[in-house]
Design a protein around this ligand. Structure first.
Ligand SMILES: Cc1cc2nc3c(=O)[nH]c(=O)nc-3n(C[C@H](O)[C@H](O)[C@H](O)COP(=O)(O)OP(=O)(O)OC[C@H]3O[C@@H](n4cnc5c(N)ncnc54)[C@H](O)[C@@H]3O)c2cc1C
Length: 203
């Protein structure tokens, strides 16, 4: 664990209680057993989480009974994790990063994905990228809702690609809404859900 005051068993119970019977218990076990090690790995790779003196600053959120949430520069945790991961990927031999490519479809052969069709956003050309395996990590689909705090890219593209390729979809009803977001017709149109979330956080 990241804190001497915490136990794997407690984290497991808190997570199952918050999931209210919907959790995949095997996945929760992986999360609580491997999570702290993975967080330390991120730190080794250069992620700078907030500290109190020499110790990691841990906060308590939602259904957690102990302080175990890391954060970076207050509310920029995701940005800091992505910064560290991109730097690590750039420094890893054999990893080639192609940016400004928008994937549009998997290329299938004999029921297996053998590549990807993508648009090169810098020139509009459609590219065929061959690959022995394709892993999609394209995030969620929060943008199908009029009001959302999800990023503009969360349009469900990856899910649609997988579905068109014949993949079985599951748990589609799980869409994240940030618990401190708010939306009201009385708010000015210029007030985006993200800004409202910031205000709600300050209440
Ligand atoms: C407002 C808000 C606050 C949050 N706060 C926290 C927090 O404090 N702590 C926490 O643990 N989690 C938090 N989360 C949740 C966390 O951000 C997500 O669970 C996490 O980012 C999901 O990671 P992902 O890699 O699955 O998807 P994403 O991070 O969404 O990454 C998907 C990537 O795929 C790219 N992509 C999508 N479609 C295509 C395409 N067709 N072609 C090419 N690229 C594509 C996107 O541009 C994006 O870079 C928060 C989420 C929100 C919305």
């Amino acid at each position: 664990m990241l804190s001497d005051d915490d136990e794997i068993g407690l984290h497991y119970e808190d997570t199952l209680r918050a999931g209210d019977g919907l959790c995949n218990e095997g996945a929760v076990r992986v999360l609580v057993e491997e999570g702290p090690r993975r967080a330390l790995e991120l730190i080794e790779w250069g992620a700078r989480f907030d500290r109190e003196g020499a110790r990691l600053a841990l906060t308590r959120e939602a259904a957690h009974s102990k302080r175990r949430i890391l954060h970076a520069q207050g509310d920029s945790t995701g940005r800091e994790i992505v910064r560290a991961l991109v730097a690590r990927a750039r420094a890893t031999p054999g990893v080639e990063l192609l940016t400004r490519l928008f994937s549009i479809d998997l290329v299938m052969q004999g029921g297996r994905s053998v590549g990807l069709l993508a648009i090169d956003e810098s020139c509009g050309a459609t590219l065929l990228l061959r690959a022995p395996a394709v892993m999609l990590a394209t995030g969620g689909a929060g943008q199908i809702y009029r009001e959302t705090t999800n990023p503009p890219q969360a349009t469900g593209d990856g899910m649609a690609m997988a579905y068109r390729a014949g993949a079985e979809m599951m748990d589609l009803e799980f869409v994240q809404f940030h618990p401190t977001g708010c939306s009201s017709p009385e708010l000015p149109a210029s007030c985006s859900p993200r800004r409202c979330a910031a205000k709600a956080g300050a209440w």
